[in-house]
Design a protein around this ligand. Structure first.
Ligand code: AMP
Length: 279
């Protein structure tokens, strides 16, 4: 495994690949955990070479405090990646990725008007800026994204379509802690007491899936909001049950599409997201 920090170094390493090699790519913001490593494992299993990027992208943070407190643990990340058989770790500086401000404005229509898009203005534009740049630098055959960031995955697929890129986007299952809490770099910022209470978020989603047949959509939404919010450590920012393609709130269980229940909740100052496929 080799660590590179510049685009020149990256492209020098990539130039060693042969015509029959295949390249998998896992973009991350570091502070790696088993969720990230599961993406790396899938890339390693399905490609001759794998690049993992570690870059805390400033343009996708709408809250400067969130950017400031985001964990940065490159040394430990390298230790975690070492046994994974990943070939190249690309950890550029902000100046390397943005030698000048990125003025591009993407338009994702309805997809960005809901949930994360509605609550984090500019977030998905920043995600699209960095991922499109990283795709241009790495030029992967396949790129691996977690279903934990369900809306992000829809945005990336849409971006690939709009830009007519040849990369295949591979969705990967959510990896959870034993308690059910979805793994996240932000979990490291929780106190032990907060972490214990944060598991209520996933517990409530699992229960919601069971209750689906017994309540209307409206009743279930109300029940989830009340159940999470009655925990004094938690405060729901949004909970929505949406279709898996356009990500629009559904009104009735009779609608045909796959239905996904998505939540964002604050645990103290830390914002956590999770989701579950209901059918
Ligand atoms: P991040 O470092 O948070 O930007 O995440 C990098 C990638 O890892 C994204 O595609 C995430 O969706 C994915 N990821 C983060 N947490 C998990 C998890 N618990 N399970 C599966 N994938 C995850």
């Amino acid at each position: 495994m080799i660590l590179v920090k510049t685009i020149d170094e990256l492209q020098h390493e990539l130039s060693k690949l042969g015509a029959n090699d295949s390249l998998g790519f896992v973009p991350t913001m570091g502070a790696l955990h088993r969720g990230h490593l599961s993406l790396v494992e899938q890339s390693v299993a399905n490609n001759t070479h794998t690049v993992v990027s570690v870059f805390v992208n400033p343009t996708q943070f709408n809250d400067p405090k969130d950017l400031e407190r985001y964990p940065r643990t490159l040394e430990n990340d390298l230790k975690l990646l070492e046994p994974s058989a990943c070939n190249i770790v690309f950890a550029p500086s902000a100046g390397e990725v943005y030698p000048e401000p990125d003025l591009r404005k993407f338009n994702f229509g309805k997809l960005e008007e809901v949930m994360e898009g509605a609550h984090r203005p500019g977030h998905f534009n920043g995600v699209a800026q960095v991922v499109s740049k990283l795709f241009a630098m790495v030029n992967p055959d396949k790129a691996y994204f977690g279903l934990k960031d369900f809306q992000q995955l829809a945005i990336i697929k849409n971006m690939v379509k709009q830009l007519q890129l040849r990369v295949e986007i591979v969705p990967c299952a959510i990896i959870r802690e034993e308690s059910g809490l979805a793994m996240s770099s932000r979990n490291e910022l929780l106190t032990a007491e907060q972490r214990e209470n944060a598991k209520i978020i996933s517990e409530t989603l699992f229960k919601a899936k069971e209750l689906m047949g017994q309540k209307s959509v409206e009743e279930l939404v109300k029940w989830v909001l009340e159940t999470i919010n009655k925990n004094p450590f938690l405060n729901v920012e949004y909970f929505e049950i949406v279709d898996d393609e356009q990500l629009q709130a559904i009104k009735s269980w009779d609608e045909k599409n796959t239905k996904v229940a998505c939540v964002a909740a604050f645990c103290g100052k830390i914002r956590l997201i999770d989701n579950i496929v209901l059918n």
